[in-house]
Design a protein around this ligand. Structure first.
Ligand code: NAD
Length: 299
C-alpha cells in the first residue's frame, strides 16, 4: 500500500532514492536547504516543501539522508525538527552514515519522545541509489524494520538487520574501513604490476580470480581502460568522494579508539586521504589515491 513518506536531505543519494519511492507509488514530501537538490528531487516527482515540519506532518515513515552526525542530530532533535513536528505514529529512519554514538543518542531521543527509530545506512553509491539496489544495514528493533521494510525494499537490493541501536552504523563504518584499505592495496598493486612490465588487463583478470581479489579491485581498478566502472576512466569525477571516504575512515578510527582496537592500516589510509584533501581533491573519487602511488600527483 502507498505510504506517506517525509524525506530530509535530497542530495546525491536522497534524490535518486526518493525518485524510486515515487515511482513505486509512495507519496514523498521532501525538504533540503540546497536549491539544486530541491530541483533534482522535484524532477523525480517529490513534493518539495519549505520546512522539516511540512515534510513530516502527515508521514507514516520519515527518512533523513544528511552528510554527518551533527546534521542528523539537528534535523531530528532540533526545535522545529522531526521529533517536534511529526506524529508519534511515524517510524523515523536515519540513512546517513554517521558516528555510532550519535546514532545511539538519536535512538534514545526518539524513544524518549515516543517514536520508533532505526539507523539504516546504505552501501552501493549513487549508481546503486538510482538502480534501487542499495544494501541497507539496519540497527534497531526487528519489528520496527518490518514496518519500514516495504518502503526500504523499493530502494534496496539487500537488507541486513545488524542488531540493536547503532549496529547499522557499526556495520557500515567497518565495511567502508575495509573498502579503503582494499582500495589502497589495489592502487599499490596496480602501479607495481605496471612497473614490472605486466599487461594491466591480464593482471586485472588474473588477480580478480586469485587471492589478491577484492570488490575494490574488481570495480575500481585504477588503470584507465581496464574496467568501465572505475573512476580513473572519468578523471575521477563523480563517484565516491574522497571527503566521504575520509569521513567514514575517521569514524572507524574513532570506533577503534573507543574499543581499544589498533587500526594501523586504516590510520595509514586516513593519512593519505588527508594528503588528497590538501591537494584540493576532496570532491574527486577516492580512487585518486592511486596518484600518490604512481607519483603523478606532482610530488
Ligand atoms: P550530499 O551532500 O549530496 O547530500 C546531503 C544533503 O543534505 C545536501 O543536499 C544538503 O543540502 C542537505 N542538508 C544538509 N543539512 C541540512 C539540513 N539541516 N536540512 C535540510 N537539508 C540539509 O551527500 P550524499 O552523497 O547524498 O550522502 C548523504 C549520506 O549518505 C552521507 O552520510 C554519506 O556518507 C552517505 N553515503 C553516500 C554515498 C555516496 O556514494 N554518495 C554512498 C553511501 C552512503
Amino acid at each position: 500500500p502507498a505510504m506517506n513518506i517525509g524525506w530530509i536531505g535530497l542530495g546525491n543519494m536522497g534524490a535518486p532514492m526518493t525518485a524510486n519511492l515515487v515511482a513505486a507509488g509512495h507519496r514523498v514530501k521532501g525538504f533540503d536547504l540546497s536549491e539544486p537538490a530541491r530541483a533534482a528531487a522535484a524532477a523525480g516527482g517529490v513534493t518539495v516543501v519549505e520546512s522539516v515540519a511540512d515534510a513530516v506532518a502527515d508521514a507514516d515513515l520519515i527518512f533523513t539522508m544528511l552528510p554527518a552526525g551533527q546534521h542528523a542530530k539537528a534535523v531530528i532533535t532540533g526545535a522545529d525538527g522531526v521529533l517536534a513536528s511529526a506524529p508519534q505514529t511515524a517510524v523515523v529512519i536515519d540513512s546517513s552514515t554517521i558516528d555510532i554514538d550519535t546514532a545511539r543518542e538519536l535512538h534514545n531521543a526518539a524513544a524518549g519522545a515516543g517514536f520508533r527509530f532505526l539507523d539504516a545506512p546504505v552501501s552501493g553509491g549513487v549508481s546503486g541509489a538510482a538502480a534501487g539496489t542499495l544494501t541497507f544495514m539496519v540497527g534497531g528493533d526487528a519489528d520496527v524494520l518490518d514496518v519500514a521494510r516495504p518502503a526500504i525494499e523499493v530502494m534496496a537490493g539487500k537488507i541486513f538487520h545488524c542488531g540493536g541501536p547503532g549496529n547499522g552504523q557499526a556495520a557500515k563504518i567497518t565495511n567502508n574501513m575495509m573498502l579503503g584499505i582494499c582500495l589502497q592495496a589495489t592502487c599499490e598493486g596496480a602501479v607495481l604490476a605496471e612497473r614490472l612490465g605486466l599487461d594491466a588487463q591480464t593482471f586485472y583478470q588474473l588477480a580478480s580470480v586469485s587471492s589478491g581479489d577484492s570488490w575494490a579491485l574488481r570495480t575500481w581498478y585504477p588503470i584507465a581502460g581496464v574496467t568501465d566502472t572505475a573512476a580513473v576512466n572519468r578523471d575521477f569525477e563523480g563517484g565516491f568522494a574522497t571527503a566521504l571516504l575520509r569521513k567514514d575512515i575517521g569514524l572507524a578510527l574513532q570506533a577503534g579508539d573507543t574499543t581499544g582496537t589498533p587500526l594501523a592500516f586504516a590510520q595509514a589510509v586516513s593519512d593519505r586521504l588527508d594528503q588528497l584533501v590538501e591537494k584540493g581533491w576532496e570532491n574527486k573519487d577516492c580512487a585518486i589515491m592511486v596518484r600518490l602511488v604512481d607519483g603523478s600527483d606532482g610530488s
